[in-house]
Ligand binder design. Structure first.
Ligand SMILES: NC(=O)c1ccc[n+]([C@@H]2O[C@H](COP(=O)([O-])OP(=O)(O)OC[C@H]3O[C@@H](n4cnc5c(N)ncnc54)[C@H](OP(=O)(O)O)[C@@H]3O)[C@@H](O)[C@H]2O)c1
Length: 341
């Protein structure tokens, strides 16, 4: 391993495109890190938003990318996760957005990942499917289960129907599709919005009703399926939160939202912006999600990873894949690069 080089796609400055592909020595591991040989990388909207807008990341050169799957090839010192070992197949949600440490970005062959964002994955789960999970499920978990957000009970063997309903706007998004699965496993009835073609898919994930968000009567139609005790806005753009607020009247409710909300909302609707990286706090929910829920729910078929749109361009192809994502978007799929070399 000593002369092994690490090829990566480097962001060389704010708003600079394309990434510069170059090789560097393997990272030296620090406390609580594991070295992962990267097999698959999934793209999230934040990747292109960071590159195009120049926000969040201000240290250069840097390596972006927050979702990957691969194999552990080295365990770092002072490890809090004694369940991880060399040879484990894993997914990782990287902490790079918080630490800005280029060794932790996903867009490279070997990634020094903090073990609090690592889950073991069963043999039946492909690397490409696994790579779609970490950031998006953490976003859903933050909104649904943290006490200052919706504070819903987490799924467990004893979960029973709670007799309550959640409205999840944007069920076909990556975040929305994980939120549907978690909320329904917690015992909530889930009503969601998506374009018509995703009806069957989202019902199979646990939604009781899927309404077309482009329908001119969507607000009245959703209102008839209420009342809602909770709402999760996985889109939070183009006035979606305002529509949710209208649907929640007259009672109001808390709404977890994925972006800052500029809509003016009535007083009885409290919208709070979630943050995926807050789940990487080393706390109880963090442990539950990465050590228990993800591996077990993948194994027993309760957690269905996003549908993958596979791109084969590897590290050299990441810029083109990211540009296509930014310019054309996706519909009910997650873009994944595999192999990633
Ligand atoms: N705060 C955080 O920590 C955090 C974390 C993750 C994501 N985010 C943000 O959350 C948003 C979603 O991220 P993602 O990765 O889940 O997105 P994504 O998978 O790329 O979202 C694509 C989906 O959005 C759906 N959609 C678009 N406009 C819609 C609308 N007006 N109503 C309902 N559905 C709509 C589309 O549904 P159809 O196919 O049915 O048209 C499409 O399938 C992004 O803005 C992202 O930056 C924030």
């Amino acid at each position: 391993m000593s002369n092994q080089q690490n090829k990566g796609a480097y962001l060389t400055g704010a708003k600079v495109r394309p990434f510069e592909v170059s090789t560097h020595p393997l990272p030296q591991l620090k406390d609580n890190e594991v070295l992962i040989k990267n097999e698959a990388v999934a793209l999230n909207p934040v990747d292109w938003k960071v590159q195009r807008s120049g926000y969040i990341v201000n240290k250069f050169p840097n390596v972006l990318g927050y979702d990957l799957a691969g194999t552990i090839i080295e365990i770092g010192p002072n490890q809090s996760r004694n369940d991880l070992k060399v040879g484990d197949r894993v997914l990782a949600f990287t902490t790079q957005l918080v630490t800005q440490d280029p060794r932790q970005g996903a867009y490279q062959q070997f990634v020094a990942a903090l073990s609090i964002g690592v889950s073991k994955i069963p043999d039946e789960t492909s690397f490409e499917s696994a790579s779609t999970i970490g950031l998006a499920i953490s976003t859903a978990v933050h909104g649904l289960y943290y006490s200052n957000y919706l504070n819903i009970p987490r799924p467990s063997a004893d979960s029973k129907p709670l007799g309550q309903t959640i409205l999840i706007w944007g069920g076909a998004s990556s975040v929305g599709s994980y939120a549907i699965q978690l909320a329904s496993q917690s015992g909530l009835k889930v009503v969601t919005t998506a374009s018509k073609k995703h009806n069957e898919y989202l019902t199979s994930l646990g939604a009781s009703a899927v309404l077309d968000y482009s329908s001119p009567t969507v607000v009245e139609d959703l209102k008839k399926l209420g009342p809602y005790e909770y709402a999760f806005d996985a889109i939070a753009e183009h006035g979606t939160t305002k529509k949710i607020a209208e649907i929640l009247q007259p009672k109001g409710a808390k709404v977890a939202v994925t972006l800052d909300v500029s809509d003016e909302l009535p007083e009885n609707v409290k919208a709070s912006r979630v943050g995926a990286a807050y789940v990487l706090d080393g706390g109880e929910i963090n442990n539950w999600l990465f050590k228990e829920y993800i591996p077990n729910a993948l194994k027993n078929g309760k957690l269905i990873p996003n549908v993958v749109q596979l791109e084969s361009g590897g590290i050299e192809g990441i810029q083109a894949a990211l540009d296509s994502f930014a310019d054309k978007g996706v519909s009910g799929k997650k873009i994944v690069l595999r192999p990633f070399e």
